[in-house]
Design a protein around this ligand. Structure first.
Ligand code: KIV
Length: 274
């Protein structure tokens, strides 16, 4: 049996310029993680715009405590699998821990995600020294998704998974970092677990689209870990997620309900925000 959605109605491929058009038009961007061809095909069929092969696969697929043990080989393997299930959505793949620690390493790692994994964009966490890698990738025509706020690869520095940007100085730092990643050449920015008002300010200040997860409804789009939104994550579901499978009959309907809720702004609600 093939996971490839040959029968899916044709739709135009989602491109980086298209994401900018969506921001300008106020059209919400629907992003979801996938780790294999089967779930990728479900995202394809449900009209998801961007599919992220997140290093969250360390948690939800590999059963690890955090994302730090995920390797570049893991990411290439899962990205290539997801690519086989996709036609239209833009494929973004995470650069795992320490694979973008300097420019040369970032370029080599990203080349593998693009050439072997089929990714159209690579994602990395943070600002500061990471700005050099963003700039180098952008100069070499590799689109970059930055990621600020609760950046899971910094879990040990944060002392756990905590909402970021709650004090005035932390909020100002995040605004400055967001402007810096845009200036360095990022094409997309994930904002994770921060006050909704702060994410709104950042979104309004930037030309590049923002994608929220636990960052309120005013980001240009939303992303969730697919296991969380299907209610199959072991343990407690994060506050910022919702079980879209509850009350529907199939994974396909759950993903469609998520896409609809993002587009009509009914998700995330205040109960999913900080
Ligand atoms: O790894 C991941 O799935 C992510 C999303 C939660 C944004 O980075």
């Amino acid at each position: 049996m093939s996971a490839h959605p040959k029968s899916a109605a044709a739709r135009s491929p989602v491109t980086v310029p298209r994401l900018f058009e969506m921001k300008a038009a106020g059209e919400k961007i629907v992003m979801l993680t996938a780790y294999d061809a089967g779930f990728a095909a479900q995202c394809e069929a449900a009209g998801v715009d961007v599919v992220l092969v997140g290093d969250s696969l360390g948690n939800v697929v590999q059963g690890r405590e955090n994302t730090l043990p995920v390797t570049l080989d893991d990411m290439v393997y899962h990205s290539a699998a997801v690519k086989r299930g996709l036609v239209a959505p833009l494929l973004v793949a995470d650069l795992p821990f320490m694979t973008y620690r300097d420019i040369d390493t970032a370029l080599r790692s990203s080349a593998r995600l693009v050439a072997e994994g089929g990714a159209a964009m690579v994602k990395l966490e943070g600002a500061d020294y990471v700005l050099d890698a963003i700039h180098a990738l952008d100069r070499r025509q590799v689109p970059v998704c930055a990621h600020l706020g609760l950046t899971p690869q910094s879990v040990h520095k944060f002392g756990g998974y905590r909402v970021q940007g709650k004090t005035r100085s932390a909020a100002e730092r995040l605004i400055a970092d967001a402007q810096a990643v845009e200036q360095a050449g990022a094409s997309l920015l994930v904002l994770e677990c921060m006050p909704a008002a702060l994410a709104k300010t950042i979104t309004a200040a930037l030309r590049i689209p923002t994608i929220g997860i636990g960052a309120g409804v005013d980001c240009d789009g939303q992303v969730l870990v697919i296991y969380d939104m299907l209610g199959i994550t072991p343990g407690r579901r994060p506050k910022f997620s919702r079980d879209f499978l509850a009350g529907t009959d199939s994974v396909a309907d759950a993903i469609k309900a998520y896409a609809r809720a993002v587009r009509n702004r009914s998700f995330p609600g205040p109960e999913h925000s900080f």
